[in-house]
Design a protein around this ligand. Structure first.
Ligand SMILES: Cc1ncc(COP(=O)(O)O)c(C=O)c1O
Length: 385
């Protein structure tokens, strides 16, 4: 029997982004990152659409909070962000592109004239950037990316010294920074992270003694800031902590009081009563244990609420958590709300947020909170408060 019905309306599902909390998180991260070196600069990472929160708005907010740099993943993000900031007359804060530049990046010369700094992970990208800068009769600022153990991108430790020497002869490049990236910094005291840091520090010191002084030396992401802070490095690159999460909630030793910025919200849009033993959703993976009521909520894997939450996740309605029952559909989930009449159509639902944190959802899917917020799809409106 249908107790109450309402039309499905995608805008019932939205991500509420709290810019006040975002600002507070930034200040807490900066304070902690500066505990050994008060001059430590902050390169706030806004790649992947600011971990799903909306790159342009979050970047603008970070500039208001006092970030020194903004970090993007690739050419496209860098270009979009720089153009957005320039349109708002926010010229001053540099954007550091952490990705690889290739000959295919046709508008490179456009970016070279703007306040963008580039990562150089091999000599061929240095050559491309040097050529683009020479054509414009300008200099491009670069950060040498050294692979100290993550084995993703960057110069191998053994090649970095000679490569930097070679790049210093490229007249249109300014070697502004040098950086590396941790593989295991979320684990306090981790030996591999310590080894990465020690070897990278040794390399930078030897380069600075004999070849060139770098204005910026950086290695720490959030895990590095929390667990491996070293005053020798004078810039950090926090991402996830700005959005209110620790890289691994279970391994956090010293919390710094950050809070989630995003709350994913929806509404109950349909309620029906079922008898004991009836199945719910595709594949009939759930059967009601008793006579009960099922609430349908307009969110699904099309919104980034992944299918592996089926029969595992909870949702928060009117002060209580309820089990998601049956398979997550593209546009809907169902939850068993029992027979009491306290829930009605159009009641607010928290999918994740303060009452049901995204990291709890992440654990159910054997993933990390990064993936949960990044996954929130483009059809979910971001509402900034
Ligand atoms: C090069 C680099 N620096 C910094 C970060 C930020 O890391 P986190 O979000 O763990 O702080 C990332 C994120 O993936 C990264 O790839």
């Amino acid at each position: 029997m249908n107790l109450k019905t309402a039309e499905k309306n995608f805008s019932d599902t939205f991500a509420e982004i709290d810019l006040k909390i975002f600002n507070k998180n930034f200040l807490k991260v900066r304070k902690y990152a500066c505990r050994k070196n008060a001059d430590t600069k902050i390169c706030s990472i806004v790649k992947a659409n600011a971990y799903g929160h909306g790159m342009n708005v979050m970047a603008e907010s970070l500039i208001g909070s006092g970030t020194d740099y903004l970090g993007t993943a690739d050419y496209t993000e860098t270009s979009e962000l720089r153009n957005y900031l320039d349109s708002k007359k926010l010229y001053k804060t540099p954007v550091l592109c952490l990705g690889i530049i290739t000959e295919k990046n046709k508008l490179l010369e456009d970016l070279a004239c703007k306040n963008v700094e580039f990562s150089v992970a091999d000599t061929s990208s240095a050559v491309i950037l040097n050529k683009a800068a020479a054509k414009l009769n300008t200099k491009i600022s670069i950060h040498i990316q050294v692979d100290s153990g993550i084995n993703r991108t960057g110069f191998r430790m053994s090649d970095a010294y000679d490569a930097v020497k070679e790049i210093t002869s490229m007249k249109n490049l300014k070697l502004k920074g040098i950086y590396s990236h941790f593989a295991t910094s979320e684990i306090p005291g981790n030996l591999f992270a310590k080894k990465q840091e020690a070897e990278f520090r040794k390399l930078v010191k030897s380069l600075e003694e004999s070849i060139i002084k770098f204005e910026l030396r950086h290695i720490s992401n959030t895990g590095g800031i929390l667990n491996f802070n070293d005053g020798y490095f004078n810039m950090v690159r926090p991402g996830i902590s700005l959005y209110g999460f620790y890289p691994d909630e279970k391994k956090v030793k010293n919390g710094i009081g950050i809070e989630p910025v995003m709350t994913l919200k929806s509404k109950v849009k349909f309620i029906k009563q079922l008898e004991k033993g009836e199945s719910i959703s595709y594949g009939r993976t759930y059967f009601t244990k008793n006579k009960t009521r099922i609430a349908s909520v307009p969110i699904g894997y099309g919104d980034g609420y992944i299918r592996s939450f089926s029969n595992k996740a909870k949702i928060f309605i009117k002060g209580k958590l309820y089990n998601v029952t049956g398979t997550v559909c593209m546009d809907w989930i169902m939850a068993d709300i029992g027979m009491k009449n306290e829930i009605n159509v159009n009641d607010d639902v928290e999918i994740f947020g303060r009452n049901y944190p995204a990291y709890k959802l992440a654990a159910l899917a054997e993933t990390i909170s990064y993936e949960i917020t990044c996954n929130v799809s483009s059809r979910v409106k971001r509402i900034y408060i």
